[in-house]
Design a protein around this ligand. Structure first.
Ligand code: C2O
Ligand code: CU
Length: 461
């Protein structure tokens, strides 16, 4: 269908080409970073937890209450710490006044506990889910996934972390003191209105809502006090649509030790790391090796100050970064497999599609056999404006990147992934196997794109 100029103009208004994304305000560093509490098990036999989605009021700005959503609290959620091999039971409760779901992003579980849009709980409803943790140590997260309402509910504050630990992660000698030298960092950008409220419908952009105000773990103007030691930062891009390229203001390097779904085989030394929405990276910054006379901060690519560090005393803690951390491999067989599924990401604003189609909960787009590895090829087709990055995510499995535009992926992507950045005109090949059966979503994790239909379904049989 031909579009006339005014339609085109309307559509273009608000379209986020990445060079014109509004900068974040610098963090003034006046508030110590909030560390999410660790979720306690219920007083019951076994590994049993309760997670409730609820509304609340949160003092983000001094002396003002902002209406927010949270899990087991008014804003964001606690950290759920699981061990490989655990048989977990979670009682999920919807105390909101709208439908929601509980999605475990990155967790390899059966589709009926995955919390996709088919699993809505109405207000007041609850559901007990059970699963075994079969995957390795990693940093995952959970968030809602209701049909066409994911972006608004995440924006309002529904997001929490999952740490999986295993024998390997406990024996490596890495920093593991939660909140001391093992720090979760959930990055989210927001727009606050004059009343300091999160007014989603006013803030919303169909091409991905981008804010000027950064919250880390829900903290406005955060700073992090650390000891002069190795500090592990578990970075989660929990934003609706903003991409970040993290670096140190001094230009010093750090090492990346983990991707979305597990440890890299070896630490990778970097000066910056880019995360698109829903991606994670674990990095270690060695403050004992930095010039702490200088003001140190984590900054974004554009120079905005995200997280100033205050370096306090010399620490007694001796942690290390082993040279070998995992046995991840991409086999010859996997690299030689033919492409059996093709995904074409296209469009902008509310005209986004996958393979020319918008999400239809009644339509199965692909089928795949349980336990069989297939190669998917994901292509981001540019549009007349050049196009934009789409962060592509698949539920229920961790996968391996085979190539980006025919080349081996960068060293810090040679590990388990569940979300990948796909740039305009880029083709990414991945090898993926599902351990469990059922219908899983795959979609763009720019949450407005997801809600606008940039999502499909794979049925694992
Ligand atoms: Cu992070 Cu379909 O989700
Ligand atoms: Cu997208």
């Amino acid at each position: 269908e031909e579009m006339d100029h005014s339609t085109m103009g309307d559509m273009m208004e608000g379209h986020m080409s990445h060079d014109e994304v509004v900068m974040l305000n610098d963090s003034t560093g006046e508030n110590e970073l909030r560390i999410p509490s660790i979720l306690e098990q219920d007083d019951e036999e076994g590994v049993v937890y309760t997670v409730r989605a609820q509304r609340g009021k949160t003092e983000i700005f001094d002396g003002t209450e902002t209406e927010t959503y949270g899990y087991n609290g008014s804003f964001l959620g606690p950290m759920l710490r699981l061990e490989k091999g655990d048989n977990v039971k979670i009682r999920t409760i919807n105390e909101l006044d709208e439908a929601t779901t509980f999605h475990w992003h990155g967790l390899e579980v059966a589709a009926d506990v995955d919390g996709g849009p088919h699993d809505a709980l109405e207000p007041g409803e609850e559901k007990v889910i059970e699963f075994e943790v079969t995957q390795e140590a990693s940093t995952l997260w959970f968030h809602p996934h209701p049909h066409e309402k994911t972006s608004e509910q995440v924006y309002n504050g529904l997001a929490g972390l999952i740490y999986i630990e295993d024998e390997n992660s406990k024996s490596l000698g890495l920093p593991t003191d939660y909140g001391e030298n093992d720090i979760p960092l959930i990055f989210q950008d927001k727009i606050f209105d004059e009343e300091k409220q999160l007014n989603y419908s006013a803030a919303k952009n169909d091409d991905g809502t981008i804010g000027d105000t950064l919250l880390i773990n829900g903290t406005l103007n955060p700073k992090l006090t650390v000891n002069k030691e190795k500090v592990r930062l578990r970075l989660l891009n929990g934003s609706n649509a903003r991409n970040y390229t993290f670096k140190l203001n001094t230009g010093d390097s750090f090492v990346q030790i983990a991707t979305d779904g597990g440890f890299l085989n070896e630490p990778v030394t970097l000066n910056e790391v880019t995360l698109t929405p829903s991606e994670r990276a674990e990095i270690v910054v060695d403050f004992s090796q930095l010039d702490t006379e200088k003001d140190l901060a984590l900054i974004n690519e554009d120079g905005s100050i995200l997280l100033p560090f205050e370096v306090s005393v010399q620490s007694e803690t001796v942690s290390r970064i082993p040279g070998l951390m995992n046995d991840f491999s991409l086999t010859e067989e996997e690299m030689d497999l033919p492409v059996t599924k093709k995904i074409e990401l296209f469009g902008m604003m509310d005209m986004v599609t996958i393979n020319g189609k918008k999400f239809d909960p009644e339509r199965i787009d692909f089928t795949q056999q349980q336990g069989v590895t297939e190669v998917w090829e994901i292509y981001n087709k540019p549009d007349m404006m050049g196009g934009m990055i789409h962060p592509f995510h698949i539920h229920g499995a961790q996968f391996k990147i085979i190539s980006r535009n025919g080349e081996a992926p960068p060293e810090n992507e040679r590990g388990w992934k569940d979300s990948i950045s796909v740039s305009p005109d880029e083709t990414v090949k991945i090898a993926i196997q599902f351990k469990n059966k059922g219908v899983y979503m795959f979609h763009c994790h720019n949450l407005e794109h997801e809600d606008n239909g940039m999502m499909g379904q794979v049925k694992v049989e």
